[in-house]
Every structure is written in C-alpha cells, then in structure tokens.
Write a new protein. Structure first.
Length: 274
C-alpha cells in the first residue's frame, strides 16, 4: 500500500491509499522522495486537461529504486533516479530517428488487457497520469521513464529536472536561440492575472528602458513581483529585448515574460511554457 494524492474529481486532490503491482519485466518500482508541482498538474486538477478519473497527478519526481523487473538493465535497486514524462520505446519510427520525445510506442504502458499498474480497494483501477503518477509514495513505471543520477544530488532539486528544467532549457537552447551575453528578462512567479501582469510588466519595462529602475531590481508589486532584469544593454527596451529564463529561476513561468514583451510593444521573441 502507498499513500497518494488522488484526483477523484475535478477541483482538488484527496489523500488515499493505492496498491502498486509487482514490476513487469521492463518496469521499475520507485520510492518517491520528491515531486514538483507543475502547472500542467494544475491544468489536470482544474479540468483544463481532461483525464480519466480517478487518477494520480505528478510528473517531475525523484526517488530511490526499490525493485526492478527481470529484464531491466538501466537501473538497479538503491539507485537514485529522476523520472521522465516522455518514456521511449526505443524502436518506433521516432525513436529510431533520434526523436524519442515524440515516441508513440505503446509498450511503455501496460496493455489494456493486462492488470493495471495502480489499483485500490482490492482491484479498482486508478489511472496513471503521464505514465508516472508521482504524487504517491511509490511509482511503478517503465524503465525508460527514469534515469539514474549522482547520489550526491539532493532529490528535491533533482526532481524538477523531470519537467521544469528540461522544458525551460529546451525552450532556451532550441527555441529562443539566445547566446551568452544577450539581454534577458526573467520572471520567477506564476501569473494569475494575465491582464494585470501585462500592464505591470509594460510599465516596468518602460521604466527600466528609461533608466528609472536599475538592472536586477525587483520592481513589481503585483503578479510579476519576481520579475528581474539582467544584463541590461546600452540600447533601450523599445529597440529590442530577448526574453528568457535565467539560471536559478523557476523555469515554468515564461508566459509572464511574453506578456511583458507584448505590453511593452518590444520587438522580439516570447517563448511561452506551461
Ligand atoms: Zn510539467
Ligand atoms: Zn518509440
């Protein structure tokens, strides 16, 4: 038995008990030690992303391997691991062309005719969200949905590699095309009120461009209170601004930055995540 935060119906989570099956040949049973709360989890919880219920959210986790299936070669009991929400089969057209994140192979999940990975009350299925369901004391996942990490790394930091870090880093390296030394702005807070955030962001960026707010200042009082500016250039923000996240900030909050760019009528690229 394992405790889990279960989405019984849209609107909130309930703590309950579930049972995890024994690992199949390519599965890994993990004692969950840390899990982030991603904005996508909130979308599932508030119903924006429909999902069969009951289900257990949570998809950026770290833990310690408790047991492995008979064919698992990649990790072993005692390994510290980070979860991955894009498990790959290794032999579909996407996997064999180096695009494992797009894998459509069904064998990272259990067949519909097989016993479910997660049940409760003596057999009632509980849906596994994003092939992980990390809001639980244990996870039973495919071996290609986790990777071993250095045991020196704190598991609460390692957990967010599973989604936030890779999503943000992918946006920076693959979509924003920023290079070292370029001008950036970074926000560290989730934006609740996008209209208010846009207004504040616009005012802040315009003030910054006029030299009224020093680089690195925390100038916001509302939704974008955590916005910081870095590496302010000689040119003004009306000319150009490149928006991306700086290392050490929450990497799931770039929507506020895109809004800031729009509000300030600056010309450049906004990358929106989460
Ligand atoms: Zn996520
Ligand atoms: Zn595949």
């Amino acid at each position: 038995m394992a405790k889990a935060a279960i989405l019984e119906q849209v609107g909130g989570l309930t703590i309950g008990e579930v049972e995890l099956a024994d690992p199949a040949p390519h599965e890994v049973l993990i004692d969950t030690k840390a899990c982030g709360l991603c904005h996508s989890d909130l979308h599932f919880i508030d119903g924006a992303y429909p999902h069969p219920l009951p289900a257990i959210p949570g998809h950026e986790a770290a833990g310690v391997v408790r047991a492995v299936g008979s064919e698992v070669k990649t990790v072993k009991p005692g390994d510290h691991v980070v979860s991955c929400l894009s498990a790959f089969c290794g032999h579909c057209e996407f996997c064999v062309t180096g695009r494992m994140a797009l894998c459509l192979g069904g064998d990272t999940r259990r067949a519909q005719t097989a016993a479910p990975r997660i049940t409760r009350n003596g057999g009632e299925p509980v849906a596994q969200m994003l092939n992980l369901s990390a809001f639980a004391e244990q996870m039973l996942i495919h071996e290609h949905a986790c990777v071993a990490i250095d045991k020196d790394m704190p598991l609460d930091r390692a957990a967010i590699i599973g989604c936030a870090v890779t999503t943000g880093a992918g946006a920076i390296f693959n979509a924003c095309s920023v290079v070292p030394g370029e001008t950036v702005a970074a926000s560290t807070r989730y934006v609740d009120d996008i209209d208010n955030a846009m207004e504040e962001a616009g005012e802040f960026l315009l003030a910054a461009s006029e030299g009224l707010i020093p680089a690195g200042a925390d100038g916001f009082t509302g939704d974008l209170q955590g916005l910081v500016l870095g590496n302010v250039p000689a040119r003004t923000y009306e000319d150009e601004i490149t928006l991306f996240k700086t290392v050490g900030t929450a990497l799931s909050d770039i929507a506020g930055l895109a809004a800031a760019a729009a509000a300030a009528e600056v010309e450049d690229l906004g990358i929106v995540l989460g």
